[in-house]
Design a protein around this ligand. Structure first.
Ligand code: MF3
Ligand code: CO
Length: 258
């Protein structure tokens, strides 16, 4: 069931959004060659604890996962698309790093992600840059479509159109979700859809929008052996960006803006 939030509840969700944004900013700053994704995870744990929050991913155990999630962040490097567990490998210049973070503050959740190219490479891979830029444009278009009176299908249509026109694939069966007292609430938010379909968007709906892009087609991904991470089938790179937004009378409000 979709739980609409009151204006006061949306106000109460702002600290969670701000803490996730602050955490991601600290992680982005620290993502340099030689640093491991486990070190980034430790930085995130410290920022969330200092801010009075509780990590949302750590020990999260949905039905489909073999084990509780062991990290504070998902750190998906290069061919990893999403949900990759932090490890001890040092980042390399030019790596495409996607970082996803969720936290609770005052029992309200927020969830967001960015993708960057790790600095320091002699040459920038323009294809990777284009994929990240397209993911960001798709997210912005999905947010812009999230206005009262529109429908969920309009959000997926806005995201899907931008990705398709730029020649990127979106992962089948993966998308955004409602956010509130839990990280994953109804409704499912599609990354590809036909317009004028689905749930009517109303003030009080809080959703995470999260396009996941890759060069291949929509079913070109595989699960990693740990049961959590998703990787592209052919080893090509992928990008993921996400914001938690509230739909208000005045339009979409980004709760996780950095
Ligand atoms: N933004 C991701 C999602 O909604 C967060 C996953 S958290 C994990 O799927 F713990 F499940 F990895
Ligand atoms: Co999410």
């Amino acid at each position: 069931m979709v739980q609409l939030k009151t204006p006061a509840q949306i106000e109460a969700m702002k600290p969670a959004g701000a803490l996730v944004a602050q955490t991601l900013a600290a992680v982005k700053d620290a993502a340099r060659p030689g640093v491991s994704t486990r070190e980034l995870d430790q930085i995130a744990a410290a920022v969330i604890a200092d801010g009075g929050g509780v990590p949302a991913f750590l020990n999260y155990h949905p039905r489909w996962a073999p084990t509780p999630y062991p990290g504070v962040l998902c750190t998906s490097v290069n061919e990893k698309v999403v949900h990759a567990i932090p490890d001890d490998l040092p980042l390399q210049p030019g790596d495409l790093l996607s970082v996803d973070c969720g936290a609770f503050v005052d029992s309200w959740c927020a969830d967001a992600a960015f993708s960057i190219i790790v600095p320091g490479a002699a040459e920038v891979n323009v294809f990777d840059q284009l994929m990240i830029h397209t993911a960001e444009r798709a997210l912005a278009a999905g947010i812009a479509a999230s206005v009262p009176g529109a429908q969920l299908g309009d959000v997926g249509y806005a995201i899907g159109t931008i990705c398709r026109e730029a020649g990127f694939g979106l992962l089948q069966d993966h998308g955004g979700h409602g956010v509130g007292r839990s990280m994953h609430e109804a409704p499912h938010v599609p990354n590809e859809s036909r317009p004028h379909r689905g749930l009517r968007l109303r003030p009080g709906l809080v959703i995470a929008i999260e396009p996941m892009l890759q060069a291949g087609g929509r079913d070109d991904y595989v699960h990693l052996a740990d049961g959590w991470g998703l990787s592209t089938t052919d080893g090509s790179r992928a990008a993921h960006v996400e914001h938690t937004i509230a739909i208000t009378e005045d339009g979409p409000l980004i709760l996780t803006r950095q």
